[in-house]
Design a protein around this ligand. Structure first.
Ligand code: SF4
Ligand code: SF4
Length: 239
């Protein structure tokens, strides 16, 4: 027979930490209505249920929650937050849960992608010269094979372009043809844009790893390159 948990004996360490750091993520306001669970894409994965998660944390069942992989099942899409009548900020709770894991115990795949992004400027580890070569090669092929786009410009690090646009680093490696559709749209609407060569990848796994320092480093490098070297007015994050 399962043993009874005495709620009064529980140590609400996570609850108290989050309440202090994120007063706006107040999970004491939860009405247990279940709206969050209804639209959650992670619901039922490893018995994950955002309502259950909030209840367990509110009661101080930290140890029980830590035994689950729920922190890593959540996609952080924030659908629950936007549908919650009490605006309980579950993605922020999940972010705090992830941060409570030692970095070397966080999922290897996400950690590797974050580390790679810090080292190489993108999660796939594509050298900058390879990225530029692929972009030029695919653009050339489009210009040569489709007369509607014979004048299409695709540039990297063009100073003074109005928009800097980033790019998921998977496409240049695994599906370079998938680069073309966005370029064609930008050409048709006569957008004035360029890719940056520094931190050009749109993904940021350090965010998903809950690595504040890595997340900040990637964004700062990206923004500084655009501000100091390119002078673009606008950044379009394609992720
Ligand atoms: S939608 Fe909000 S109030 Fe309703 S169960 Fe989920 S967290 Fe609680
Ligand atoms: S943020 Fe996480 S818990 Fe909320 S709906 Fe998305 S996957 Fe579910």
């Amino acid at each position: 027979m399962a043993s009874v948990i005495e709620l009064d004996d529980l140590d609400r360490a996570f609850h108290d930490t989050v309440s202090e750091r994120l007063p706006q993520a107040n999970f004491d306001l939860c009405l247990t209505c279940g709206t969050c669970a209804g639209g959650c894409p992670a619901s039922a994965q490893f018995d994950m249920d955002p309502r259950k998660l909030v209840r367990m944390l509110a009661y101080g069942l930290d140890e029980e929650v830590k035994k689950t992989p729920w922190a890593w099942v959540c996609t952080m899409c924030a659908r629950c937050y936007w549908s919650c009548p009490m605006k309980v900020d579950i993605p922020k709770l999940v972010y705090q849960m992830r941060q409570s894991w030692p970095r070397d115990k966080r999922p290897k795949g996400i950690r590797g992608s974050c580390d790679q992004h810090i080292r190489a400027g993108n999660a796939m580890g594509v050298p900058t010269e390879d990225f530029i070569w692929t972009v030029e090669d695919v653009a050339e092929e489009i210009r040569e094979t489709d007369p509607r786009f014979k004048d299409m410009h695709v540039t990297v690090d063009r100073k003074g372009a109005k928009m800097a646009i980033n790019q998921n680093s998977r496409e240049p490696v695994t599906e370079p043809d998938e680069l073309g559709p966005l370029w064609k749209i930008l050409h048709i609407v006569e957008a004035d844009w360029t890719y940056p060569s520094v931190m050009w990848a749109g993904e940021n796994y350090c965010l998903f790893l809950a690595d504040d320092e890595g997340w900040r480093y990637i964004l700062e490098e990206f923004v500084q390159h655009i501000d100091n070297n390119l002078g673009c007015e606008t950044v379009v994050n394609t992720e």
